[in-house]
Design a protein around this ligand. Structure first.
Ligand code: AMP
Length: 308
């Protein structure tokens, strides 16, 4: 039996504009990207989420084929699926959210199936802090690690509830802009120190094409992003990162700082796939051997010998 990973997050339809094109309605959502990314690892994953009646059965089928347990995904009769639209700027590192329609997410009451109430690792993907707390309350024993990913939308509208969640998690994974918003501190090193005081022992700050930082006690690890010839759509990069990070840690259950570093590299590799195509296309077609090649590329990129 594999170790268990519980993923809580949105399943969505997205409309995305990048300098390279525009799509009106494609499969998206934090849990979708996290699940697809984690499915590259030897783990048993379940998604807790909600969709409307408009959600395409083929999309559910696709996720099931990736071995994701969807018994905790509620389908609301007559309801509409969470919808998000965003536009990326020329640099592809910054984006503007054009619209967030919570739809069925507004009254979502998560129910975790019995067989997933004692997971090894939990990823609280981007979604309402209220739902994140409700999910944690249903767990029978403490998971070995709780990882939180969140974004400005929840900081803007639900800060005090979000603070409650932050207090309960071991790892937080956010981008540089969000770390600054959360703490009011421009320096990412100082921001990480302040976030540590809010609860998490590990702080990951993602910097888009400039890679990611992992902070723990007095240690810092800096991972690059893979320099890619073509980046089409950064949507879901952060979630794919979280899925790769969590998938690798669930498979290994080794929380030494060294292994956490490896998990950051696996997360970065999964994110590098996602940005190469629109939406989930690249992740869906990712194979274990292409992932292995990406890891090798990261190794070559960052290994050097120096005498001093
Ligand atoms: P990322 O690019 O990693 O931040 O993830 C983008 C994905 O997150 C998209 O597929 C959206 O459907 C989803 N998303 C956007 N806004 C939110 C939100 N406020 N809460 C949860 N998920 C969101």
């Amino acid at each position: 039996m594999n170790n268990k990973l519980l993923i809580v997050g949105t399943m969505a339809y997205d409309a995305i504009e990048t300098p390279f094109g525009k799509v009106e309605k494609i499969l998206g959502g934090a849990a979708t990207y996290i699940g697809l990314s984690a499915s590259q690892f030897l783990v048993d994953s379940a998604i807790i989420s909600v969709v409307g009646e408009d959600f395409d059965m083929q999309h559910l089928q696709l996720l099931k084929e990736k071995n994701l347990d969807l018994s905790g995904v509620e389908i609301v009769k007559g309801g509409e699926t969470f919808f998000w639209s965003g536009r990326y700027n020329e640099d592809l590192n910054t984006r503007t959210t054009l619209e967030t329609r919570l739809n069925v997410l507004e009254n979502f009451n998560p129910i975790i199936p019995d067989q997933f109430r004692s997971p090894d690792i939990v990823v609280l993907g981007n979604l309402s802090p209220e739902v994140q707390i409700k999910a944690l309350e249903q767990l029978k024993r403490s998971p070995t690690l709780i990882i939180l990913d969140t974004m400005n939308f929840w900081m803007d509208h639900f800060r005090s509830k979000l603070d409650e969640v932050i207090k309960k998690v071991d790892v937080i994974s956010i981008n540089d802009e969000e770390a600054r918003q959360l703490t009011g501190e421009h320096s990412l090193v100082k921001a990480a120190q302040l976030i540590h005081q809010l609860g998490p022992r590990y702080i990951i700050i993602k910097k888009g094409e400039h890679g990611a930082l992992l902070f723990h006690d007095n240690e810092i690890f800096s991972a690059p992003a893979l320099p890619l010839a073509e980046v089409f759509d950064p949507t879901g990069a952060g979630d794919s990162f979280a899925g790769g990070f969590a998938g690798y840690l669930t498979q290994t259950l080794d929380f030494s700082f060294n292994n956490m570093k490896s998990a950051v590299i696996y997360g970065s590799a999964m994110a590098s796939f996602t940005v190469e195509k629109f939406g989930t296309d690249s992740l869906i077609n990712c194979s274990v051997s292409s992932m292995a090649n990406r890891i090798k590329a990261f190794k070559e990129l960052t290994t050097f010998e120096i005498e001093f």
